[in-house]
Design a protein around this ligand. Sequence first.
Ligand code: FAD
Length: 390
Amino acid sequence: MHLDWGPDVVAFRAELVAFLDEHAPPQTRTRRDFATSDSDQIIPGWAKEWQATLFDHGWMIPGYPPELGGRNATPVQTLVYLEEMAARGIPRSLHFPGYAIVAPSLLEYGTPEQRAMAPAAIRGDTVWCIGMSEPNAGSDLAGLQTRAVQDGDRFIVNGQKVWTSYAMVAQRCCLYVRTDPDAPKHKGISLLILDMDTPGIDIRPLTHINGNADFAEVFLTDVEVPVANLVGALNDGWRMTQGSLAHERAGLWVEGVARLEQTITGLVDLAHRRGVAHDPIVRRRIAEGYQRAASLRALGYKGFTSFAQGAAAPEHSYMKLASSELGKELYELGMEIQGAYGPVIDEERGEEAGRWPLSFFVSFANTIAGGTSEIQRNIIAQRVLGLPRA
Ligand SMILES: Cc1cc2nc3c(=O)[nH]c(=O)nc-3n(C[C@H](O)[C@H](O)[C@H](O)COP(=O)(O)OP(=O)(O)OC[C@H]3O[C@@H](n4cnc5c(N)ncnc54)[C@H](O)[C@@H]3O)c2cc1C
C-alpha cells in the first residue's frame, strides 16, 4: 500500500515551511520545553509581532477565513500546520486564551459587536484572560460565587477569581459570574466581558515555583459591567464553560506529543553526556517513554480522524491526561540521570541551565491547568467508559 499526503497538502506544507524560514524570529527557534523564560516580560515584543505576522499572512489559525487570520485550510492541512510548528518548537502566541478559547466562544455565542472583537483576540492586539476559577471553585467550577447583580443597564460585580493567567497584562476578561443564586448551581451562571481597566479591580500576581509570575488573584469590588457585555443568554454561562474547555483541548495534543518527543531526544543526549547510555535501567525507561509517546501520537491521529469527520473524539480527554503525566515522569528521569546535580538550577553546575528541574516543577502545572488529572480520569470513566459516577 502506498500512503502519501496528496499534492494539495504537499504544496501547503512547502508554503508554510518557506514562510517560517523567511519570517520566524530567532527567539522562536531557541525555545525549549516550557520552563525557561527568555524574557522578563510576560508577552515580549517579538512574540506580539510574530502573532500579528502569522495573522496577517493567514497562518495564525489556518482553518479560519483570512479575516480571522486563516486561509480556509482543511482539517488535514490544519494537522500538517500544527505538526510542522510543533516539530520546530515554534509557538504561535505566548498568550493562548484570546485565540484558543475566547475568540471561538465569541464567534459562537456573541452578539455582532462581540463577534467583532474576535479578530483582535486572534491577532493578539487585545490580550484576554479567563476568570473562571475561584478559591472554592476550581474542579467544581459550577460552585463559583462571584456575584453579578443587574442594576438597570449594568451589572454590579463582587467576588474573587484566582489563578487568572495573564490578568496583569490583559485588556479584557471572560468573567464567569453567578447571576441567579437561587437556581441550581449550573443554571445560575452567566458570562460577562470585563474591561480590565474598570474601577474596582485589584490584581495581585502569583509566582510559580520556577519564578515566573504570569497568573494572579483578581479581586472585584462593586465593578460595573454594561449589560451589553453579557455573552449569550442570562444564566446560560455553563454551556459556554463547556465550549471553552473543548476548544482548549482539541488543539493541544499535537504540541504536547511533540514536546514529549523533543524531551525524549533530550534525555538520549543527556544519557550519552552523563555516560549512562549503556545503563539497562536508563535505557529501558527512555525506551518506555518513547513507546508511550509513539502510542499517544497514534491515538492523537485516531482522534483527529474522528474530529475531522465530525464525530466525537473522546481520545482528546486522554491525550491531555497522558501527555501531562508522562511529561512529569520524563523530566524527573532527566534529574535522576544527572545524579546529585539533578535539582541544581545554577547555570555552571546544572545541566542546560536548569532545564530538567525547572521543567519538572512546571510540569505539575500541566496536570492541573484546564482540568486536573483526577478530573480527566473521572471524565473518561463516566463519559467514555460509561462507568457510574463515583
Ligand atoms: C498554570 C495554571 C494556569 C491556570 N490558568 C487559569 C486561568 O487562566 N483561568 C482560570 O479560571 N483558572 C486557571 N487555572 C486554574 C485551574 O483551572 C484550576 O487550578 C483547576 O481547575 C483545579 O482547581 P483547583 O486549583 O481549585 O483545585 P481543586 O478543585 O480544589 O482540587 C484539589 C485537588 O482535589 C482533586 N479533586 C477535586 N475534585 C475531585 C473529584 N471530584 N474527584 C477526584 N479528585 C478531585 C483535584 O484533582 C486536585 O488534586 C490555572 C491553573 C494553573 C495551574
